[in-house]
Design a protein around this ligand. Structure first.
Ligand code: NDP
Ligand code: ENO
Length: 450
């Protein structure tokens, strides 16, 4: 029975049964927080072949009962959340949806909602409600204060309040969207951001060197680039493949990012300093509202070199003379990002208020750090045109961006997986360190913002 206000302190017989189908990174994260909060009837399952290992893993964990499959979970649960690969959501809901308990609320955690909506409408019985979810952060990030999207699709307000009270223990910030707005907003926030970091990884892996071990300065902007790139490659490939390939808005955006990188690179090759400057300064005006004749040296919203420098990877290398190496670089990935936002009329700063992921926050932070300072931006543009040392890196970047864009355009999950895993294997030994540093960085950046 659905009640608008439920609490872990309710007597056990009045508590709803919470069902989690898919116990990978996100399902486990939900199970942990719900169990820690004191919910006493949490039913979980993964694929039937993982039943025994899952039972062992959750042996003695308060409130959690492991079931063999989604039928068993669906039949008894008042609230059910599917946390499976977006690519498989239709298949999994087709399988277990018809077993849903009468009157239950069904939800999904996939990062792209068009396929989830379709699966729910197609396979769920008419007597169950639909409220989708999306925690806008990875499974290793604390949910406190992070956006949690709620999509009240086929459900009463009472059902919505029920879900809100179930998840209050996450202390996340609820963001109310429709399925369609969700896909638009998350494409804006995630699609090109991920494309940029995936490309950095591919480009660095292609030259078979870790940037922080090449006597290249890895403080400031580079710190964020490296740490976030590593965090993304440490996550599951299907998370990024799903939201890029299955979100119709994402394809266009990723293609625009790739063409921005290509066009800026051609201006660099042509030595067209004025053309490059004009284009980049136009983008700056559109995205950050700073005119070309303004200095724009106002303090960036939340990033200072100080905060960033606390988090170098592998220590800061020294130049032969013993002083720190402080080379500039063309920052093609960031020039292309702001150019792409401008061409797509995306206002990234507006998204910060609504539904920004931690990765996006940091990315917009470094973009702003570079673009608000005329001195830094001019140094990057000067390097781009006059310092041929960086050309080979920039060439790899352009090739990488085009490769990711084509892979997404073809909608090829297998190719995506191969590209992703090949690059990930190159960086694998650094994931643990990066996850620690990245976590601390997210915390420091969020705190410094407040
Ligand atoms: N990771 C992240 O940062 C975030 C992910 N999401 C979304 O959440 C969803 C889950 O992601 P995540 O937890 O990271 O991925 P995982 O791969 O870690 O987890 C998905 C789990 O679902 C299982 N599964 C697949 N089919 C079935 C089935 N028929 N019955 C039961 N379980 C099944 C998978 O098994 P198997 O591995 O054998 O296929 C796997 O254990 C995705 O849609 C993702 O886009 C949302 C926010 C953040
Ligand atoms: O912050 C990011 O963009 C991440 O990479 C983590 C992530 C991945 C998928 C989601 O659906 C939500 C968050």
């Amino acid at each position: 029975m659905i009640r608008a206000n439920v609490s872990p302190s309710d007597p056990i017989e009045q508590q709803p049964t919470i069902g989690l189908i898919g116990m990978g990174a996100m399902g486990s994260m939900y199970a942990k927080h719900l169990s820690d909060a004191g919910w006493k009837k949490i039913s979980v399952c993964d694929r039937p072949e993982k039943f025994e290992s899952l039972k062992e893993a959750y042996n003695g964990v308060p409130g959690i009962t492991v079931h063999s499959d989604g039928h068993a979970v669906s039949r008894i649960s008042d609230f059910i959340m599917y946390s499976v690969e977006a690519e498989y959501i239709d298949k999994v809901v087709a399988q277990y949806g018809p077993s849903t308990k009468i009157g239950a609320v069904v939800s999904g955690q996939t990062s792209v909602k068009a396929p989830e909506k379709e699966a729910f409408e197609k396979h769920l019985p008419p007597d169950v409600s639909i409220i989708s979810l999306h925690s806008l952060h990875g499974p290793t990030v604390s949910p406190v204060g992070q956006p949690l999207v709620l999509i009240q699709h086929r459900a009463s307000d009472e059902c919505l309040h029920f879900v809100e009270s179930l998840l209050r223990c996450f202390q996340s910030r609820y963001v109310y969207l429709t399925y369609e707005d969700h896909d638009l907003v998350t494409a804006n926030v995630q699609a090109v951001t991920h494309a940029a970091f995936l490309t950095m990884g591919t480009a660095w892996a292609a030259r078979r060197s870790y940037p922080w071990e090449q006597n290249q300065y890895v403080g400031g902007i580079e710190t964020v680039k490296v740490n976030i790139m590593l965090r993304i490659y440490a996550n599951k490939w299907h998370v990024y493949a799903g939201l890029a390939i299955l979100n119709p808005s994402a394809k266009v955006q990723i293609d625009t990012y790739s063409s921005s990188a290509t066009e800026l690179f051609k201006l660099m090759l042509a030595g067209d300093a004025e053309g490059l400057r004009k284009r980049v300064y136009n983008a700056r005006e559109k995205v950050f509202g700073i005119r070309a004749d303004e200095q724009g040296n106002a303090t960036p919203i939340f990033l200072t070199e100080d905060v960033l420098d606390r988090f170098t990877i592998g220590g800061r290398p020294a130049s032969p003379s013993g002083t720190s190496v402080t080379n500039t670089n063309s920052h093609l990935s960031l020039l292309a990002m702001v150019d792409c936002w401008a061409r797509l009329s995306i206002q990234p700063l507006d998204h910060l208020q609504l539904a920004a992921t931690p990765v996006f926050r940091m990315w917009i932070g470094v973009a702003e750090y570079l673009f608000r300072s005329t001195k830094r931006l001019d140094a990057a543009l000067h390097t781009a045109v006059h310092e041929v040392t960086y050309r080979s890196d920039d060439l790899e970047f352009v090739v990488g961006a085009r490769g990711w864009s084509q892979c997404v355009a073809f909608g090829d999950f297998q190719l995506y997986k191969e590209r992703f895993e090949k690059t990930a294997s190159f960086f694998e030994s650094r994931f643990e360190e990066a996850n620690k540093i990245g976590g601390a960085m997210i915390k420091a950046i969020l705190e410094s913002k407040q």
